[in-house]
Each structure stands twice: as structure tokens, then as C-alpha cells.
Design a protein around this ligand. Structure first.
Ligand SMILES: CC(C)(COP(=O)(O)OP(=O)(O)OC[C@H]1O[C@@H](n2cnc3c(N)ncnc32)[C@H](O)[C@@H]1OP(=O)(O)O)[C@@H](O)C(=O)NCCC(=O)NCCS
Length: 159
């Protein structure tokens, strides 16, 4: 069945939450694992909105934490679908800290995640095509193809 193509803007997702002491290490910085959890959730929401299917996370690319996010700061996650393959798709999640009193914002992480669409029996299902409307979008999707090839190369190397 042919599926209607969708724009990236239809699935863009922004999540905001305040960093509470329970999320933090003894230095008062958010735990890396908590950030990873939120990245997975934000990426999955964008991909669910695009695919409207069940999904599993297949891969999360290298992740760096560029700046600490302190207790009392906001953590903001912006997720968007960058490229659709066959039954899989890639999301980019940018993470920012925002100081509540000054509004100062910093990019703290950028992650690329791959999700695979499945039905309720666990069978792979095709994902609707992505409408890429801008030169920037085309560039990011081309880069996503290169990232996908590298992921599959690494996966097959590990077998
Ligand atoms: C992800 C998973 C479904 C892939 O199954 P598989 O049989 O190895 O995959 P296939 O070779 O049939 O490939 C299916 C699609 O997944 C993609 N894929 C598979 N492994 C991948 C990887 N490591 N990275 C990126 N994409 C991957 C393939 O490129 C293919 O995409 P396409 O249809 O768009 O071309 C399977 O390994 C799985 O269920 N993993 C556990 C997922 C999970 O539990 N995640 C939660 C965190 S543990």
C-alpha cells in the first residue's frame, strides 16, 4: 500500500523539563543516563508521529555531553525526522540547557537515533516517505544515508 509522504515539520517534537535534584549526580549536574533516556523518548515521539506505527530503537550514534546541565536549569530536547529508509528512519535530537533566570541557552548534545517500524506481531513495516523541502533538509538526509551505511558496517563487523 502506498503511504502518503509527510513533512518533517509534521513530526517535530520539543520536550522541556526542569532538572530536579533526583535527576542529578553529587555535583548537581543531570545524570548522563537521564539525558540518554530523554533523547530516546524525544526521538521516538518524532518517529511515532511520522510513522504512526510501533517502533524499536535500533541504534544510537556516538553521544557527547558538551556542557553540564545544572539542577534548576531547563533541559530542552528538539527532535526531528531527518531521513526515512525502508522500514527504518533516523531522528536527530538536539539537547539544550536553559538557565531559568537568564534564559542563556547552550547546545549540550546532538544525537542521531535509528528506529525500526514494526507491527503488533513484530513484523517490519514500511515507513511513509519524508518530504524533503529545503537544501538543508536534502543535505541532512544525504548525510543520514552515510551514517546508516556506517552503522550497518559496524553492526556487520560485530557479527
Ligand atoms: C533493530 C532490529 C529490529 C533489527 O532487526 P534485524 O533483523 O537485524 O534487521 P534487518 O536486517 O531486518 O533490518 C531491518 C531494518 O533495520 C535497519 N537496521 C537494523 N539494524 C540496524 C542498526 N544496528 N542500525 C541502524 N539500522 C539498523 C536496517 O537497515 C533495516 O532498515 P530498512 O528496512 O530501512 O532498510 C532488531 O535487531 C531488534 O529487535 N533489536 C532490539 C531492539 C530493542 O529492543 N531496542 C530497545 C533497546 S535494547
Amino acid at each position: 500500500m502506498t503511504q502518503a509522504p509527510k513533512r518533517s515539520s509534521e513530526s517535530e517534537t520539543e520536550m522541556v523539563q526542569v532538572v530536579l535534584p533526583n535527576d542529578a549526580n553529587p555535583l548537581g549536574f543531570i545524570l548522563g543516563g537521564t539525558v540518554m533516556h530523554l533523547i530516546d523518548i524525544a526521538g521516538a515521539i518524532a518517529c511515532h508521529r511520522h510513522s504512526r506505527t510501533l517502533l524499536v530503537t535500533a541504534a544510537v550514534d556516538d553521544l557527547q555531553f558538551l556542557h553540564p546541565i545544572k539542577v534548576g536549569d531547563l533541559i530542552i530536547l528538539k527532535a526531528r525526522v531527518t531521513c526515512v529508509f525502508n522500514t527504518s528512519l533516523e531522528a536527530q535530537v538536539d539537547v539544550y540547557s536553559e538557565e531559568t533566570l537568564t534564559g542563556k541557552r547552550q547546545l549540550t548534545s546532538r544525537a542521531f537515533l535509528t528506529f525500526v517500524a514494526i507491527d503488533k506481531d513484530g513484523q517490519r513495516v514500511r515507513v511513509p516517505p519524508l518530504v524533503v523541502e529545503t537544501d538543508e533538509g536534502r543535505r541532512v538526509c544525504e548525510e543520514a544515508h552515510a551514517r546508516r551505511a556506517e552503522r550497518l558496517r559496524k553492526k556487520n563487523r560485530g557479527r
